[in-house]
Design a protein around this ligand. Structure first.
Ligand code: TXA
Ligand code: MG
Length: 332
């Protein structure tokens, strides 16, 4: 398949209307979209990514008022979440509309909906005029792409088009909350922080990631994720970087000195927001440079730091050599 690379939301929208699969920018990461009501196109997303069939896709809408097309019911919690955070980096899980293909939701009776706050994503959604099912635009298990070039490296020849945009501003995926009950449950940490959610629902809690009872609430969290080819390891400070590994290692974090030996690549971030924006891109830069180990400095798990630490841990867990993960999930 020839992948068309374009700056035209119009062309990209027409491609989706014709049953094609199109990568596009959002404020979190790049997505890989198709008409949510066109089953062959949705199946093509799973094929292009090599995505496990049990992992549901988020449905993207140009505005919250379109939610009735894909949801059977808008619960009071979902309504409150949409009022507060749409458009923005939040995905709200609600009961699925019976007409929405089960392929999108991987057989679940719920659907995740999101309204991106990004001018190019918005232009695309308006051009195609349909709800767009879209996971992140990476091959399954790999770090999410934050640039159109990263999408091209992963998916060239596997998708119909790539809609070009700038670097994704947030760099980590949306927060996912289950709103099927009166008090939402946090399924995936993201750019909307737990503290922000607690302002509305003081009792909101994090879904247990280690429960082995019953089906996981967010199937994607069971899968191997965000892993570059290099080995990823968390460290508290640069002093922990083993000196004999420095020459083949990379470091990303907030501290700029205190290294026992100079790593081959350094990414010193200004703050946690900058760190989140750079993390996945840095993983890719290191891969290309043939780096074998990436040391990531830990940050306090508050605000965006919670999502950042979640992604680093999962990337570290993707490494079969790594034993310092605190996730109990089995990888597939
Ligand atoms: O920021 C984002 O959310 C990006 C952009 C493109 O919107 N999308 C994204 O999609 O990260 P994806 O497929 O890579 O991650 C979606 C996560 C997965 O963990 C999936 O299992 C979960 O959301 N999810 C989707 N629908 C769900 C549902 N009905 N119930 C529970 N979890 C759901
Ligand atoms: Mg993903």
């Amino acid at each position: 398949m020839k992948t068309r690379i374009t700056r035209s939301p119009r062309l990209a929208g027409k491609t989706i209307q014709a049953g094609g699969v199109v990568a596009f920018p959002t404020e979190t990461v790049y997505g890989l979209g198709a008409d949510a009501f066109c089953e062959p196109a949705v199946e093509a997303i799973f094929r292009a990514k090599g995505r496990p069939q049990d992992n549901p896709l988020i449905v993207h809408l140009s505005e919250a008022s379109h939610v009735e097309q894909v949801a059977a019911q808008i619960t009071p919690a979902a309504q409150a979440a949409m009022n507060e955070f749409f458009p923005g980096p939040l995905t709200v899980v609600v009961p699925r509309h019976p007409d929405l293909p089960l392929t999108v939701t991987a057989g679940l009776d719920t659907v995740g909906i999101r309204c991106p706050d990004h001018p190019v994503a918005q232009a695309l959604l308006q051009e195609c005029g349909c709800p767009v099912a879209a996971p992140s635009a990476n091959r399954s298990g790999r770090p999410s792409p934050t640039t159109w070039q990263a999408v091209a490296e992963e998916l060239d020849g596997r998708v119909d088009a790539i809609l070009k945009g700038e670097v994704a501003q947030i760099g980590l995926e949306s927060t996912v909350i289950d709103c099927t009950h009166s008090c939402p449950v946090l399924l995936r940490a993201g750019a909307i922080s737990l503290e922000q959610l607690q302002e509305i629902w003081p009792a909101i809690r994090l879904a247990s990631s280690s429960t082995r009872e019953g089906p996981a609430r967010s199937p994607g969290m069971n899968h191997r994720h965000y892993a570059p080819t290099a080995r990823v390891q968390l460290i508290a400070s640069p002093a922990e970087l083993p000196p004999d590994h420095a020459a083949v290692s990379a470091y990303i974090g907030l501290d700029r000195d205190g290294f026992p030996g100079r790593p081959r690549r350094l990414c010193v971030c200004e703050n946690v927001t900058d760190y989140a924006r750079q993390l996945f891109h840095f993983f890719r830069v290191c891969e290309k440079a043939g780096i074998s180990r990436i040391y990531c400095q830990s940050v306090p798990e508050k605000g965006l730091g919670h999502a950042l630490m979640d992604r680093i841990r999962r990337a570290a867990e993707g490494d079969p050599m790594c034993s310092n993960s605190n996730y109990g999930q089995k990888r597939v």
